[in-house]
Design a protein. Structure first.
Lengths: 273, 327
């Protein structure tokens, strides 16, 4: 893990991500109030006093909602990217290794998925199944499967032609051994870098879907739905939009910087992990 | 005596479809009706320009690629029909050493694991026994056993090639296919590796299928040689005879192009003309006729038949006289 310190972008990214993770983990202790507790008298209270970041149109504490919302954003993006990586990575790995018609078919299915704008695909899925945590995870994962398949397939194509893979075949190794012991470890870094970058995308998609009212059901807090609620009062109470927006910015920026740093670190021409 | 490795009429066609909307299929005859046999403990050379199909032939013999036609027999057993446990047993008996020492070792595995892995897969040894075998092998190829716990990037090209050879020896094969094993190495290291391979041949009675474009290397290492041109064997025989008294004009050209370390002959330019044609569109008749100094009308229409025996023969309409010595 020492490589993080050698890469300033990665350290800043890691720091921002850690900040959000800390907020999500520590929400029960850090939050000054119950994120769902309404109070009519405090409607649209400006930042300060009992409400460090103000209160929303139901008089709920924005800071508390942000802290609890971090959990949801992280959970959804982490779960969806993990699912996408598992499914997409496997498709790419198998398609690249087997080649031929299997490869052609699998990649054409992925191309079809890729041809839908991710938000539209998410919208269709959520609209069909109805908003819930599993639906959201599934919808976002579905939009990210294709890029993962592509990212996993490309290195497999070059790795399977390496002499050490050929040597493995000559030595009588099984296909499973060749794929999991000799190909996978040599490409996993690239896929993990992509996973970090795509997590930033998943955070944005989750926020966008929530903004459109397709996220988790109210009153549970999520950054995207907070943004939408704030949007209605953007002129009277701009803090309702600014702080969730900043939170999304911090997480997306952190993940992007971390991913970029990891990519530099895994680039063998720059020194390796 | 049955040959260790016997190839009969081995062919490999690669077909590629290109073009849209009307696609045309291009067929590349990478290997076209190749037959030869390697005896136990013998070093058999396969020589030719790059792209002539010699490496493909080596891979076909190892069944790393499936041939289009022909047969491969290893000590009488049909390699192409073998599957499952039978194929695994055959694989144990023939191994391959690659040209590029940098991509022939998995960069994320220590040398010890690379060498012990085949033993585990074949259920021959594991744990400490496997490690001891690996150490013994490193010693045999001239490396210190301390290399076991290091990763490939810590070694030079020559050292890596030694590790590659050690890996090929782990399963105690009877045949080693060496695909340009020294072409990627410095000249001084080339000599060390060749000496090592020669020592292994004598000590272990290893048979060799030695693929190289370097005539000097083949001449030194091999007893018999087959010269390949555009997927076909054009001349075959004992190394001395083939290189001293070539019958095929292509062999003659290769010999002339190979530098001779004799200051008296300095300045004599090699008589190489033309380039190797594409294997996708070989010339009609004898593939060599556009570059051949002795080509006649028949060479342009008919591929010459095999003249001589499997032991010593050639495929040429107008062969060089049997007694002439090259300049």
């Amino acid at each position: 893990m020492r490589w993080i310190l050698r890469h300033p972008t990665a350290s800043i990214g890691a720091l921002l991500c850690l900040l959000v993770v800390a907020a999500a983990v520590g929400a029960p202790w850090l939050a000054p109030a119950d994120p769902t507790e309404q109070s009519i008298v405090d409607q649209l209270a400006p930042p300060g006093g009992d409400f460090p970041l103000g209160a929303d149109n139901f008089g709920r504490d924005v800071l508390s909602r942000l802290l609890w919302g971090a959990r949801f954003s992280l959970l959804v993006s982490f779960l969806s990217v993990s699912c996408a990586m598992l499914v997409g990575g496997t498709v790419g790995l198998v398609a690249g290794y087997v080649g031929g018609r299997t490869d052609l078919f699998a990649m054409q299915v992925m191309d079809v998925l890729l041809s839908f704008p991710s938000l539209i695909l998410g919208l269709i899925v959520v609209a069909l199944v109805g908003p819930s945590l599993p639906t959201l995870v599934f919808a976002i994962a579905l939009t990210t499967v294709a890029p993962f398949a592509r990212v996993a397939r490309a290195p497999v194509l070059s790795l399977r032609a390496r002499p050490y893979v050929e040597a493995g075949r000559a030595l009588g190794f099984s296909h499973a051994r060749i794929v999991f012991v000799h190909i996978l470890p040599n490409m996993i870094a690239e896929v993990l870098v992509m996973a970090t970058l795509w997590m930033a995308d998943a955070v944005r998609t989750e926020a966008a879907l929530s903004f459109l009212g397709l996220g988790i059901k109210p009153p549970a807090p999520s950054w995207g739905s907070m943004l939408r609620d704030g949007f209605e009062n953007i002129l009277d109470a701009p803090w309702l939009s600014i702080f969730p927006g900043l939170a999304i910015l911090i997480l997306v920026l952190g993940l992007n910087l971390l991913g970029d740093g990891m990519r530099d670190a895994t680039d063998p021409t720059l020194g390796g992990l | 005596m049955t040959a260790l490795l016997e190839l009969q009429g081995l062919s490999k066609l690669f077909a590629t479809r290109r073009g849209f909307p009307r696609s045309a299929t291009t067929v590349v005859r990478a290997v076209d009706g190749v037959s030869f046999a390697v005896e136990p403990g013998e070093a058999f050379g396969l020589v030719g320009e790059s792209g002539c199909g010699k490496s493909t032939t080596a891979r076909l013999a190892m069944r790393l690629i499936e041939p289009t036609a022909g047969s491969v027999r290893f000590a009488g057993e049909d390699v192409l029909a073998a599957r499952g446990a039978a194929l695994l047993r055959l694989r144990r008996r023939m191994q391959i050493v690659f040209q590029d020492p940098f991509s022939s070792l998995n960069p994320r595995r220590t040398v010890g694991r690379t060498l012990a892995e085949p033993l585990q897969v074949h259920g021959l040894a594991r744990g400490r026994t496997a490690r001891a075998r690996a150490a013994a092998l490193l010693d045999e190829v001239g490396l210190d056993p301390s290399a076991l716990d290091r990763y490939p990037h810590a070694f030079s090209g020559g050292q890596r090639q030694r590790i590659g050879i050690a890996r090929a020896l782990v399963l105690e094969p009877e045949l080693l296919v060496a695909d340009e094993p020294v072409s990627a190495l410095d000249v001084s290291v080339q000599a060390q590796i060749l000496t090592l391979l020669k020592a292994l041949q004598t000590r272990r009675g290893l048979g060799f299928l030695f693929v190289s474009h370097d005539l000097a290397v083949i001449r030194w290492f091999c007893a018999r040689v087959a010269v390949m041109y555009l997927g076909r064997i054009v001349e075959q025989g004992p190394v001395g005879e083939v290189f001293e008294r070539p019958r095929h004009h292509y062999t003659r050209m290769l010999c002339d192009a190979s530098p001779v370390p004799d200051p008296e002959l300095r300045g004599a330019l090699p008589r190489v003309t033309g380039e190797i044609p594409s294997a996708a569109a070989p010339p009609p008749g004898c593939h060599f006729h556009p570059r051949c100094p002795a080509a006649t009308a028949i060479c342009q229409v008919e591929y010459p038949g095999w003249d001589g025996t499997v032991e010593r023969g050639f495929a040429c309409h107008n062969p060089l006289p049997a007694a002439v010595l090259p300049a």
